[in-house]
Design a protein around this ligand. Structure first.
Ligand SMILES: [Cu+2]
Length: 691
């Protein structure tokens, strides 16, 4: 064979080989596996010698170097960033935010993002931005921390479902601590699971869910409810808003055991009626304050607050006393901080006047700090002020409160305990009619958005309203904007509410599918229950009206909360005649009728460190996973309710769940771990401990 012939033969063999390979790969699979990243190996360089479609990004006062290093994981080039000092800020190589370079995405789809890397610091995070067709480029979320490694390693993380109105995303790896980070060979693949066939045969329950009133009553007035780490529910009455019980020294508590439908009566050491409560990092419940006295018949004093404080232990179903607070607190708030300490604000003191002390529980010492051991702003925050922990450690006072007008000024603010400053927040609508509205940190906590729902005023007693307000706490100067109106419901006798009538005594419950179930409420002070329930979707900022309504009225002293099995329980109602509804209701949301529940087959460890990846195995395709903090709710107030997204690293049915490195996103403690299948059905919760 001549040289030319050999060359022709070789060419023919190569062409044949290409044909065989092409035939072996189905077109669909080839498309599904396409890498959507432009210049993924960083080998194509522009005229300045920097990779095409990439940019140097970041902010702060570090001393840093930024450039290419050779060889790469493959090819000649890899990105290298070194921070020699890092007092603040971060640096990252990002995909260029332009139509030519940013990968295109489809709303509702999910993508596996991966990069090869070496790093000498774990102060790293994979970060995503999305292009919103209405807002432009906006931060989306952090996906995972990359552990230290001196050898090339690959990190793969699955995005949440792409939000509506998103057409492109960019992402990269951020370094924010002293050290060196190298990255190379980025990839992004569409891994959207096909939607299962809809097969719900449960009638109305398919779209509205269904309520069931339990065939037994609560043995106590369930004014305070706390979901315990063993799946039981603590129901605290104290004297239960019954002056006769108070006079007789009859204080009650019961533990409801959903598994058996039975109750355990718990000896109750004080009148814990209108106390504050929050789970401690070990799953015990800190209870503070309560009722020292009902108003005197002769008008000489009003309600008075207790200074005493107790810890309830779910392992023994008993209370033990801790040291007293520095001031009495009837209707105090209780917010868990990232480190597991607790800040309590507001309420009424021992002499019926407003408590202005900042009360700080030092968990590591199991004691309340003295007045001068805690920073004091000497501000009155009202009764059950809704104080939500922000990702930077400050507290957002949402304006939700109990009784009468809101606070003076804008009615909402940000409290910096460390710096001892209070900054007004603008935009809360009708601040003096947000009595017993409810505020929740929306799913996912990483988005730092809060919604405030409804409210009234028991003193001026107008029709409760339909207002909602939304705020993005990631903004430099956060301000409320008006949200969609609450749907209207019906009053007793099936009378439709008018278009201006809404509800106070609102309950809002974060569900494992990422929606907020809004239920219960009333139109006036301890009167006129409203039968209305809706599903709020944070991703679309819309309410789906017409969910099934609780047959039991749920107004003053009522609560609703998520059970670890994915259902919602509602308790309590204390109308103006002084009676108390002891019936218990359970709501099964529509997702429980959409298909089989995903099964979590194993959890490698139930102790999760910040910034870690935690392995679980499941029995099928999973859409997402999250941690939900168990509720501790009373009077439409649970500032600690939160849903923490867990970006997934998926390898078949083995899934790594990437926990945030920021304790203020997920304060230390016990959480319910849910996974959600591709048909939107959540698993039953597993309990894991964070931090
Ligand atoms: Cu009350």
């Amino acid at each position: 064979m001549s040289r030319t012939d050999r060359k022709r033969l070789a060419q023919a063999l190569i062409l044949a080989l290409i044909a065989v390979l092409a035939a072996a790969v189905p077109t669909g699979a080839a498309q599904a596996s396409a890498n959507l990243v432009a210049n993924p190996g960083l080998e194509g360089l522009d005229s300045t010698g920097f990779p095409v479609c990439w940019e140097r990004s970041g902010w702060g006062d570090q001393s840093f170097t930024f450039g290419l290093t050779s060889p790469g994981h493959t090819g000649a080039e890899a990105m290298q960033i070194t921070l020699a000092t890092s007092p603040n800020g971060d640096r990252k190589a990002m995909m260029l935010e332009n139509p030519s370079c940013a990968p295109n995405v489809t709303p509702g789809h999910q993508y596996d993002l991966s990069a090869w890397y070496k790093t000498t610091t774990a102060n790293t995070v994979m970060t995503m931005f999305r292009h919103d067709v209405a807002q432009g480029w906006v931060y989306w979320t952090d996906l995972a921390t990359l552990p230290v490694t001196s050898a090339w390693a690959q990190k793969t993380v699955r995005t949440p479902q792409v939000p509506p109105n998103t057409d492109q995303i960019v992402w990269g790896v951020t370094i924010y601590g002293v050290g060196t980070l190298q990255t190379d060979d980025y990839a992004m693949n569409d891994v959207t699971a096909p939607a299962p066939d809809a097969s719900c045969s449960a009638g109305d329950a398919c779209t509205k869910g269904v309520w069931q009133v339990l065939p037994f009553n609560s043995p106590v007035r369930g004014i305070h409810t706390v979901v315990l780490k063993n799946g039981n529910v603590l129901l605290v009455a104290g004297s239960g808003n019954d002056p006769n019980a108070f006079a007789a020294g009859t204080f009650t508590t019961a533990v409801y055991q959903p598994a058996t439908g039975t109750f355990i009566n718990v000896p109750t050491p004080a009148d814990l009626f209108c106390s504050g409560h929050v789970q401690l990092p070990d799953g015990r419940v800190l209870i503070m304050g309560g009722n020292k006295a009902y108003p005197a018949a002769d008008g000489s004093h009003g309600y008075e607050g207790l200074k005493s404080s107790y810890i309830f232990d779910p392992a023994t179903n008993s209370y033990s006393r801790v040291n007293d607070m520095s001031a009495g607190a009837w209707y105090p708030s209780a917010t868990a901080l990232g480190n597991g300490d607790v800040l309590s604000l507001g309420g009424l003191g021992e002499d019926s006047s407003g408590t202005v002390a900042t009360q700080y529980f030092k968990t590591s010492q199991t004691r309340w700090l003295g007045l001068n051991e805690a920073n004091q702003s000497w501000s009155f925050w009202g009764l059950y002020p809704s104080m939500i922990l922000m990702q930077d450690g400050r507290l957002f006072y949402t304006g939700s409160h109990v009784f009468g007008n809101g606070l003076s000024g804008t009615g909402s603010s940000i409290y910096n305990y460390t710096a001892n400053t209070i900054t007004p927040v603008a935009g809360l609508q009708n601040k003096d009619q947000r009595d017993q509205s409810m505020s929740v940190l929306l799913p996912p906590a990483q988005d730092q958005k809060v919604i405030t729902l409804g409210g009234g005023n028991i003193e001026s007693n107008p029709d409760a309203n339909r207002l909602t307000d939304l705020i993005d706490l990631k903004q430099a100067t956060p301000a409320y904007t008006a949200g969609p109106l609450l749907p209207t419901g019906t009053l007793t006798g099936g009378v439709a509410e008018t278009t201006t009538q809404g509800k106070m005594y609102v309950s809002a419950v974060l569900l494992p599918d990422g929606k907020v179930f809004e239920t219960g409420g009333g139109l006036h002070n301890r009167a006129d229950p409203v039968y209305e329930a809706s599903m709020y979707n944070p991703a679309t900022n819309t309410f789906t009206a017409g969910m099934a309504t609780d047959p039991v009225p749920r107004t003053y002293h009522s609560s609703a909360f998520l059970l670890p099995d994915g259902r919602v329980m509602a308790v309590g109602n204390n109308p103006g005649d002084g009676s108390f509804d002891m019936r218990l209701s359970i709501y099964s949301p529509p997702y429980l009728f959409q298909g089989a529940r995903p099964q979590v087959l194993s959890v490698a460890s139930n102790q999760w460190a910040y910034g870690s990846t935690n392995t679980i195995t499941v029995d099928g395709s999973i859409l997402k996973a999250e941690l939900i903090r168990p509720e501790a709710v009373t009077h439409s107030s649970d500032p600690n309710q939160r849903y923490v997204d867990l970006p997934m690293s998926v390898n078949g049915n083995t899934i790594g769940l990437n926990l945030t490195s920021n304790p203020n996103i997920a304060p230390t403690g016990w959480y319910m771990l849910f996974v959600v299948g591709t048909d939107g059905v959540p698993s039953v919760a597993q309990w894991v401990h964070v931090g």
